[in-house]
Design a protein. Structure first.
Length: 307
């Protein structure tokens, strides 16, 4: 069982994941609704043991170490972390994932044999990003299942691809109900209307399941649920304030909207050397275009000297 207790993740600029708690058992598909994308990715990294949460704990079974959690968890299709790269062909993606399996090389499956066995030989020469989203998701699930240690699968935004909700839900339910009885967590932007399984919302700090799709819509939009009062109540005329003031100015946009447009790797301090390639010295020294960062005192001083 996966147990997340008051897990939060703080980014460089703001709190990306507010304290969230959930429990997922084997053979179960559990949806987590979170927004924006950077919050979904941060939560996926924390739940899969790829990043230590700022507060709270994540454990698999009775072991609370991140190493144990990582060994039994597969993180799939996380944007800017380990999603299939556009320059890779399907056969290259298969060869790379099979090569990363633990154990001696002579025990690992052969690429061509595995591809033909699972019915991907017809698209082996196609680019990975041109593959049908449903087949690409199935391919990633099958490759993750090749590691006999994997018991938990965490998917980052499977609903962002161009496929119907029932398609990816059916795939996840099929894998959860297999002989391996995977525990599956899918972190999504919106809960499918027809979903009646366990669900958790970002910031929910109690172990609970969601029951009504109407309540889901209200929770996502932040609007309170409207309930009819049991007895009619008389309306009271509001009292006029003594000192009327002009309406307050509009608040600045939420920082999370700005963070959603920033790079995940820039915002998060990722501890995933096997998936995130370090930037070269030239890339680190070159400032990003259209940066909104405020110049430091040293930079401002240099600019005045040049003038």
């Amino acid at each position: 069982m996966l147990t997340a207790d008051s897990v939060s993740v703080k980014g460089r600029h703001d709190l990306l994941v507010s304290p969230t708690s959930l429990q997922v058992t084997r053979g179960e598909v559990h949806l987590v609704v979170a927004d924006p994308q950077i919050s979904r990715t941060a939560l996926a990294l924390a739940l899969s043991g790829r990043m230590k949460p700022s507060t709270g704990t994540v454990s698999w079974g009775h072991a609370d170490s991140l190493k144990t959690l990582r060994q039994h968890t597969a993180l799939l299709d996380s944007p800017e972390v380990n999603e299939p790269e556009s320059h890779m062909k399907v056969r290259d993606l298969i060869a790379e994932d099979l090569a990363l399996l633990p154990g001696p090389i002579w025990k690992k499956p052969r690429n061509k044999k595995w591809t033909a066995l699972h019915g991907f030989d017809d698209v082996a020469k196609d680019w990975a990003d041109s593959l049908d989203p449903a087949r690409r998701l199935e391919l990633q699930l099958l490759l993750a299942a090749e590691d006999s240690r994997i018991e938990l699968i965490v998917l980052d935004s499977p609903d962002r691809h161009d496929m119907q909700d029932d398609v990816w839900l059916d795939l996840l339910l099929e894998f959860a109900g297999s002989n391996r009885a995977f525990a599956i967590v899918a972190i999504v932007s919106n809960a499918p209307y027809e979903w009646d399984g366990p669900i958790t919302y970002l910031g929910s700090n109690e172990y609970e399941e969601f029951e009504s799709p109407e309540e889901a819509t209200a929770l996502i939009s932040g609007e309170p649920l409207v309930e009819e009062p049991e007895e009619p109540q008389e309306l009271e005329e509001p009292e006029e304030p003594e000192n009327s003031e002009a309406p307050a100015e509009l608040e600045e946009p939420d920082k999370t909207e700005v963070l959603s447009q920033e790079s995940v790797q820039d915002e998060l301090d990722l501890d995933v050397p096997e998936t995130v390639e370090p930037k070269s010295a030239e890339q680190e020294s070159t400032p990003a275009e259209h940066s909104d960062a405020v110049p430091t005192v040293a930079e401002d001083s240099d600019a005045k000297e040049k003038e």
